[in-house]
Ligand binder design. Structure first.
Ligand SMILES: Cc1ncc(COP(=O)(O)O)c(C=O)c1O
Length: 463
């Protein structure tokens, strides 16, 4: 045990050294994949190695290939960092090594998820008795929620999908916004529901509720509608009140992908963006994005807990499951995984460390930083702001696709900040996502400086 204690202490030092290095290390690795391979690809030796040697060598070899994602200078995709309490609790989670599939695999892991359920429903103003599953990411959140939706809409049509499968049953129509996230399509594919019918969206990516109404009226039978809180490029929100009304009038199931945007509900200032979202049937959101919990961690919630459970539940004679009176909760009944990580601890720790006001501040501060960036970037010659900055995302471009990509590459190569590119309305754009708990005005200033100083290529004629 003394050896393990020393190993964990040394590992904590290595972790702290990494966190210290976030101050000034290049945000993106400056090594090629080949160089990384040559650092990590050692022959696998025959004999065991001392754990300390393994960890020291791994840390040293991998370090130059680690992206400074936990840094406030990282603006890529929509990726948060790790709040200290969440990070530390995640370490404990690995140490405790609970199998959080069953109550008996870790009673505290089960109970902590129930506590998280209550807090999250309250913070996001969702129905207080919604059921919850803690999954790896929004991708599996949508698989879970849409499995519940599939179960329920088919059951209403007199078809038992659990027993009879999909073949020969009524066709399930799925309507999605034109700008839904790709993970919705993959969830539908995995569930055998095929490609969805896209509904027109406006220039910001918001689903057109009128077009949805018309599409609903064009068909009948079991129907699922997928709406979105926070478009991945623009941060735009679908008009939930109207969508929920149209969906309910048609007896359809409404699923909301709120991978990051759902957290707007935690701020009185931003809550209007999600008005009506509580009328949906299912919601997903990530903990590993804006809540700044380490990967991988997301929440799926369903108003219809019975459909949720029916879609996920398993039983086997060797399992000691809950007592039927539901006084204890087996997580296998609510998620697609069987053996699984006790990911509730880190979510619990993140929420406790923030408290209500800390969560509100995190959401509002990052949105304010995005607004500051947007205000500053438009003064860089040639920049066109593409989105209405309603949340924590800023989308902008230069005069031509070549120039946009070229400037982005220069900024990325300079290493002070990192953000990614995208294609919006058929043209290249740069997207800045402010999702990290450590991002302040200072990092925004640095990002603006990087763009001001990125040597401009010869100007392409403006279009
Ligand atoms: C709107 C939206 N939905 C779903 C996802 C997928 O989330 P995850 O990577 O956690 O599966 C993302 C990720 O960026 C997203 O922005």
């Amino acid at each position: 045990m003394a050896d393990t204690r020393a190993l964990l202490r040394r590992t904590a030092e290595l972790a702290a050294d990494f966190l210290d290095s976030l101050e000034d290390r290049p945000v993106f690795p400056q090594l090629s994949a080949d160089e990384l391979r040559s650092r990590l690809r050692v022959p696998l030796q025959e004999e065991p190695l001392e754990p300390e040697q393994v960890v020291e060598e791994l840390a040293a070899a991998a370090d130059p290939g680690i992206v400074a994602i936990p840094s406030g200078r990282y603006f890529g995709f929509v990726i948060g960092g790790g709040l200290p309490a969440a990070l530390a609790s995640d370490w404990l989670t690995s140490t405790w090594d609970q199998n959080a599939g069953l109550y008996v695999g870790g009673p505290a892991a089960s109970v902590v998820e129930q506590v998280v359920r209550g807090w999250v429903c309250e913070l996001l103003a969702l129905p207080p008795d919604a059921s919850i599953g803690l999954v790896t990411g929004s991708q599996m959140g949508s698989v879970t929620a849409l499995a519940a939706a599939r179960y329920r809409v088919l059951e209403r049509a007199g078809w038992d999908v659990a027993r009879d499968g999909l073949a020969g049953g009524p066709r399930v129509r799925v309507l999605v916004g034109e700008k839904r996230h790709v993970t919705i399509d993959r969830a539908l594919r995995l569930l055998g529901l095929g490609a969805p019918e896209p509904v027109a969206a406006d220039g910001q990516g918001r689903m057109d509720a009128g077009a949805l109404r018309a599409a609903l009226e064009r068909g009948e039978g079991p129907t699922i509608v997928c709406a979105q809180a926070g478009e991945v490029n623009t941060g735009a929100f679908d008009p939930f009140e109207q969508i929920a009304e149209a969906t309910a009038a048609h007896g359809a199931w409404l699923h909301v992908d709120g991978a990051f945007g759902l957290w707007a509900a935690a701020s009185p200032r931003l809550r209007g963006l999600v008005r009506g979202v509580e009328h949906a049937d299912s919601w997903i959101t990530d903990a590993h994005k804006w809540l700044n919990v380490p990967y991988d961690s997301a929440l799926v919630l369903c108003k219809d807990g019975e459909a949720h459970r029916a879609a996920m539940t398993v039983s086997a004679s060797y399992l000691i499951q809950d007592d039927g009176a539901r006084t204890v909760r087996d997580q296998v009944d609510w998620v697609p995984e069987f053996s699984r990580r006790a990911r509730g601890f880190a979510v619990y720790a993140a929420l406790r460390s923030l408290g209500r006001s800390g969560l509100r501040d995190l959401v509002e501060r990052t949105c304010e930083c995005a607004r500051q960036f947007a205000e500053g970037i438009v003064s860089v010659p040639g920049v066109e702001l593409v989105n209405e900055v309603v949340l924590n995302q800023v989308l902008f471009r230069f005069a031509s696709d070549e120039e946009t990509d070229d400037v982005l590459r220069r900024v990325q190569d300079a290493g002070d900040v990192w953000m990614s590119g995208t294609t919006w309305d058929g043209r290249r754009a740069i997207r800045v996502s402010v999702s990290n708990w450590q991002t302040t005005e200072e990092e925004i200033g640095l990002a603006l400086k990087s763009f001001r100083e990125a040597p401009q290529p010869a100007h392409a004629p403006a279009r």
